[in-house]
Design a protein around this ligand. Sequence first.
Ligand code: TZP
Ligand code: MG
Length: 226
Amino acid sequence: LMAENRIRPVVVPDQLQVYFIGGTQDVGLNENRLLSVVEEACRGGVTCFQFREKGMGTLEGQQKLELAQQLQQICAKYNVLYIINDDVDLAVAVNADGVHVGQEDMRLEEVRNLVGHKAVGISIHSIEELHKTVVVYADCVGVGPMYATSSKPDAQEPCGPNRISELQAEGLTLPCVGIGGITLDNAKPILEAGACGVAIISAIAHADNPYEAAQQFKHLVDRAQP
Ligand code: TZP
Ligand code: MG
């Protein structure tokens, strides 16, 4: 079956409302802490979790695989969409719901061919990147950084919530989440600009109470939606 002919969409916008992202680098390189933060976030109401294991001292190989399997079980228990960042083979190995890639990662067509019906997410920062992207192979889009972020050392300049409406005016119709520097205080303009959700690392991973932070983001997105 050609990718173009598959039954779409595999991702419904509601599954992207509160999109939590994390890896051991976000929780002091502590695997058990990641498991408990993810479980608390799921219990609090996040709708999606992306395992993004990236940077110095992070897990690889068998250890990364085992952690990914444990995270898959938590997400399945709470019916939370489970996405793997970059690592297409890992997404297949742990039967994740999908994979997310950036512009510099594996080409979307190749990702699509390897993951079949799984969800494919792509990062788009600019109109130029939108035009370079073969959106037919993707199911959802991360747009950012919306605001300044400390969680991604190589992040580009913040583009602001308005970038989402600009991309949609340019023809982007896939469900979008804003990402980068998002807090409870600055999330609303992103939803007003046309995002169906917000993607968050530190405002949940570094919260004193990740359960409450997740719950508050869920309430905020629920209230913002028509
Ligand atoms: N991509 C763009 S910004 C970002 C990623 C992975 C980091 C977002 O983290 P935070 O802590 O929510 O700013
Ligand atoms: Mg990447």
